[in-house]
Design a protein. Sequence first.
Length: 258
Amino acid sequence: MSAVQATGAEVHNAASAAGTPEAELAHKCLYYMVLMREVEDRIERKLFRQGKVLGGVYVGRGQEAIPVGSALVSQPDDVLCPTHRDMAVFFVRGVSARRVLAQYMGRMGGLTRGRDGNMHMGDMTAGVVSLISALAATVPVATGIALGMRYKGINGVAFSYFGDGATSRGDWHEGVNFASVQKLPIVFICNNNQYAYSTPLNLQMACANVADRGPAYKMPAEIVDGNDVLAVYRPRSARRPTRAPAADPTCWNAKPFA
């Protein structure tokens, strides 16, 4: 399927013909996964090689199910903090592929209006916060967002995305600990692709899974098949934190290449 076909209204609206809510959900998941893959391929394999994108290009190839399944759980008042592997979060929250491509090319139509290029982009009207290059640094930011929503009486949940390498940094532990102590409505989503750059998981932590760290913070944590978008979506929709004055944060440890 080409990018034109993937983004066409006739394809996106075809779900109504599927007949059942389950089929419509499956179609929606497939649509956003294909859209993420097509846009990233255009950026990496065409625009970057043509010299139209400056800086590095990082993609989430093979990991599309994680941002799609998790972002579809979110509600309008929620705030999401994606990383470089989670482009589908923008699409699910209503940001167009045109704006993302313009962002990467440093054009006025991008999310930062040409003031920054590449993946440093966010759109608070869509509830998406720009990533921070030091990836674990987004965890305490997301924790602060959850605390701010509580103070303001906003009926929302914060979603914090990161990789397994981020969990070996101090700011990850500080953010998770604060969220647990304050009982904030936040979902910590680990895209556990088994490597932090070139460092394998067994050389950066003694425990077998990132989810094993949850009990230390009295935080429910579970492992999910990161290759199955419906496995990411369905159990997580049931385990979404309650948006009450006190709610235990939750950790989803998604393994895309397990």
